[in-house]
Design a protein around this ligand. Structure first.
Ligand code: ADP
Length: 542
């Protein structure tokens, strides 16, 4: 027997319809790429998104066609986001921090028909446009007054482009499993892979994000997503915030500590989300200038492990931070370290211990850890295994890649190595390719990095495995010191000694002026492994 409830397809544009009708006057504030602060509302965003949809429809963009955005977080980007999805086209967010060759590879693989971009990226696109045969037109997110001279094919200023239609248009109708958006993984190993979200997965993911122990923003919150719309489906914020009527503050092109601080301060931001590098810049700026953020309640931090010292720095200012783990393939939320009973009563170091884990999944994500043969491992907080996940917002395949990515039970292997404890708190020990294999045992590079950045002189730390004649691999600690600091190998090792198992201690420490990062702010271990490929550890000589 079937239930007798309405057939109400879960379509992304229903979110902006809801925002416009129920929270129509709620503000979306942006730092524009041109400079000034811009203010609009959800009602206005919806009506301009309808113009985008109408214009795309008029330009012959059809169901399933890909439209790329290479753009910062602004109101215009959000309008395009909903406008593209609202006619059943696929909003393909491209990460502009990738190398131009990678951008070209991705745009060609996706066969994007239109590229919508910001002023910032016009020069980069001009260099590669000749090798992008599928692109019929470039739309620059600006107005006539700021539109540059450009060689880009059929280039038009966004404001002119949408001014040519009247907005008297209705969203298209289609099945909820229709593709809505696409985001490529960063491809630090091999070619990038396209993850194709559906309308249904995005709507369900928004509901997961709205849970109080997840991002949990409400209509009385003001949220600043430092995480770009192009990073892993905007962590779902472009859907969850409008679905709740949360005020949005979009930081545009300026993500440095001073600029983010200024927006948070003037707009009285209550919730924010981003990667650890961003928070490092914000915390440094605040410490150097003795600043505070009394309105800020919650900092969601993911993408890389959140160091303990960072959780503490926020806590010392009365700001809760919530460590989150996820990935592009998961839309991206996987787990969040909210404190459930009895841990919500904890204080001090014990509380930090729990907050430093990657947390537990919200309803809608199931996880397990297995050995290499796929046998499930116990949730005892000690046993490491491959972390595998399933859920309605988890990928089952990559775009145009013909291979099965799920195990027999339908779980996706995340490529991460983790422990899960009795209370379901998961802890990432490493990416499977970064874990250091010493004498048949595993050493977590993340644990060592987190410990090293706790040293007051250390700005950032990376650990890689170096070949060792006896142990196979041993850890090398690579340190970038804070500006103006000097330190010795012994000083750093002395600080770490006693805080980890003896055999986990790095065999050597080396200092660099800068640690390289990926386009999404992660430590670029492939580059470091390359840089130190001929390194001989002092312990290897004997
Ligand atoms: P990108 O490299 O483009 O950012 P993803 O966002 O998909 O791609 O990266 C997902 C990976 O990032 C995860 O598989 C995991 O290795 C790492 N990661 C994400 N969040 C955390 C976290 N809180 N702690 C440790 N690693 C994390």
């Amino acid at each position: 027997m079937l239930g007798l409830m309405q057939d109400w397809p879960l379509l992304c544009h229903r979110i902006i319809d809801h925002a416009a009708r129920i929270h129509g006057s709620q503000e979306v504030v942006s730092r524009s790429v041109e400079g000034p602060i811009h203010r609009t509302t959800y009602a206005e965003i919806r009506s301009r998104a309808l113009k985008v949809a109408q214009r795309l429809d008029r330009d012959g963009i059809k169901l399933g066609d890909r439209v790329a955005t290479i753009a910062w977080n602004t109101w215009r980007h959000l309008e395009c986001w909903y406008g593209i999805m609202g006619i059943g086209a696929v909003c393909h967010t491209v990460n502009p921090r990738l190398f131009p060759d990678q951008i070209a590879w991705i745009v060609n693989h996706a066969e994007d028909r239109i590229v919508i971009t910001d002023l910032t990226f016009v020069p980069i696109l001009e260099k590669i446009a000749g090798s992008l045969p599928s692109v019929e037109r470039y739309v620059v997110l600006t107005d006539k007054a700021h539109m540059p001279q450009t060689t880009l094919k059929n280039a038009v200023a966004y404001e002119d482009w949408i001014a040519e239609v009247d907005g008297n248009f209705a969203w298209k109708e289609f099945d909820e499993n229709t593709a809505a958006a696409m985001c490529y993984t960063s491809g630090t190993t091999g070619d990038p892979k396209g993850v194709l979200y559906s309308h249904r997965s995005n709507v369900l993911h928004a509901l997961m994000a709205n849970n109080k122990d997840s991002l949990g923003a409400s209509a009385s919150d003001t949220m600043l997503p430092v995480v770009p719309l192009f990073h892993a489906n905007s962590w779902g914020i472009a859907f969850s915030a409008p679905s709740m009527g949360t005020k949005l503050v979009m930081p545009g092109a300026k993500l440095d500590g001073a600029s983010v601080y200024e927006l948070m301060d003037t707009e009285k931001v209550t919730i924010t989300a981003g990667v650890p590098t961003v928070w490092l810049m914000l915390l440094n700026h605040m410490a150097n200038n003795k600043l505070s953020l009394p309105s800020l309640k919650l900092v969601v931090c993911g993408g890389s492990a959140m160091p303990r010292s960072m959780i503490k720095a926020f806590a010392d200012m009365g700001i809760e931070s919530r460590h989150a783990w996820g990935m592009t393939e998961m839309s991206p939320i996987g787990t969040l370290a909210a404190l459930k009973p009895p841990f919500d009563k904890l204080e001090g170091d014990k509380k930090l211990d729990v907050q430093q884990t990657q947390g537990y999944p919200p309803f809608g994500v199931e996880m397990k850890i297995t050995d290499d043969e796929g046998k499930e491992l116990p949730w005892d907080g000690k046993t490491f295994g491959r972390l595998k996940v399933s859920g309605p917002a988890v990928a089952k395949a990559y775009f145009r890649v013909d291979s099965n990515i799920l195990d027999k039970e339908g779980y996706f292997d995340t490529g991460d190595v983790a422990t899960i404890d009795e209370a379901a708190y998961m802890r990432i020990t490493d990416r499977s390719k970064d874990v250091i294999k010493s004498g048949g045992e595993w050493i977590s590079s993340i644990d060592l990095e987190n410990l090293a950045v706790g040293h007051p002189k250390v700005a950032e730390a990376a650990v890689i495995g170096i070949a060792h004649p006896k142990w196979d691999e041993r850890p090398l600690l690579i340190v970038q010191l804070k500006d103006g600091q000097t330190a010795t190998r012994e000083e750093i090792l002395g600080y770490m000694d006693g805080k980890i198992a003896k055999w986990w201690m790095p065999d050597d420490v080396t200092f660099v002026s800068a640690i390289p990062h990926t386009a999404t702010g992660k430590i670029l271990k492939t580059a470091l492994r390359d840089q130190f490929k001929d390194y001989t550890l002092p312990t290897a000589a004997a």
